[in-house]
Design a protein around this ligand. Sequence first.
Ligand code: NAD
Length: 495
Amino acid sequence: MSDLQTNLAKAQAYLARFQQDGVLNHIAGKAMPALDGTTFESISPVDLKPLARVAHGKAGDIDLAAKAAKEAFPAWAAMSGKARRATLHKIADAIVARAEEIAFVECMDTGQTLRFMEKAALRGAENFRFFADKAPEARDGKSLQGPGQVNMTTRHPIGPVGVITPWNTPFMLSTWKIAPALAAGCTVVHKPAEFSPLTARLLVEIAEEAGLPPGVWNLVNGLGEDAGKSLTEHPDIKAIGFVGESRTGSMIMKQGADTLKRVHFELGGKNPVVVFADADLDRAADAAAFMIYSLNGERCTSSSRLLVEESIYERFTAMVADRASRIKVGHPLDPESVVGPLIHPVHEKKVLEYIDIAQGEGATLAAGGAKYEGPGGGCYVSPTLFTNVRNDMRIAQEEVFGPVLSAIPFRDEADALAIANDVQYGLAGYLWTSDVTRAFRFSDGLQAGMVWVNSENSRHLPAPFGGVKSSGIGRDGGDWSFDFYMETKNIAFAT
Ligand code: NAD
């Protein structure tokens, strides 16, 4: 049997339980259907066949889960940091033990390819380990001497929190949000995305089997407009950690206003990769191709705008077009595949529409540009490159969230910076140059929460992750996401 056939047989075995039992909610330690018994269907982007019926939670289910999280909060918050650390490490161990199952289920649920999902499952375990080791610091504060007083600050978990995640790399992103919340002493209600709900179910199950007390982590599946909205409005939920589209972030801010929710938003991006003539062009071309076509281009930090110095524009875009046309598109479980099917026919339609829009706007198609007839007849789109793009075109301004790159020429450094900053987003930027002074100057001027110089996106877990402008509020990673889940108290002693 080929690797693909072996992998398909394994995936079938892992998916059988979902086909039989569906994807249930998980509240106060119990797997349960939606209170009103309704479900919605989850399909695989590989062949558009049903994967499972999913519990369609609504306001009542969210209320039950929020009450469970509230009830579990005092004991979890009071547990010693050392004990919380031990539990979170056990969760990480259990993720590693089931990493293959997680990766295979994620591939079939999202269309992401195995070569990336194997790593994403393990990165989820690393997130738990990293925040496990922070748990003993959760109550640490500062001592601040003032005239006639000594101030002592302490930190306290904020309470039960809501975590709302998107459909792209859902397993890894869920661990990214939930691990710091648990380490800080918060309890959680998680609402995963409706397009890819399967691995969130595995994750909560893994956590409780590893010893997490019932009610500390609750899962409610449902749609954004009912379950998601109810979670953001619930009075017992003190904060919302959200990853998703910028316009959904705006809605959540409005919905959470009455209950004064603390919010942390990781939102959309239209990230530039800026290539100067003095760069290592081979490395830059590899990285530019990797950062838009890996993970199907369905990543918030994808480099969807390629800004190239005029003198090397023709040569460099030809290098990227060559790489794009050689990328293997195929079944997500084929170990050779780099690009798999996009998440859902609705999203595939959106991406193909942007390809039409770009051509209508006068951009030149230099690679791809069409649906790819892949195995299973799913939502495959060829890695696509547009050249002769102007930054005022919609293809250069709007988040496509697919394997579509737009190449824009620039005259000089000032022109490059003006183009790079001329978008509503400000998540990440990538800069390729051998001039160190320029690298510092350009990075300083770039309106972005993160800049990588002569590198693709490579995450160091303690470093801050997040965006400016419409790309987000707050930062993930290290102390930044840990602090979000805590309140700081100041106690002043007279001396
Ligand atoms: P989305 O905003 O449509 O949905 C995200 C989640 O929000 C889903 O669980 C959805 O059900 C829920 N939701 C929708 N409406 C809601 C409402 N009114 N109230 C509460 N919850 C609601 O995003 P998506 O299409 O699932 O994900 C893709 C987006 O996520 C892209 O814009 C991408 O850039 C962004 N993203 C950002 C980061 C980052 O770190 N900045 C990471 C990954 C993805």
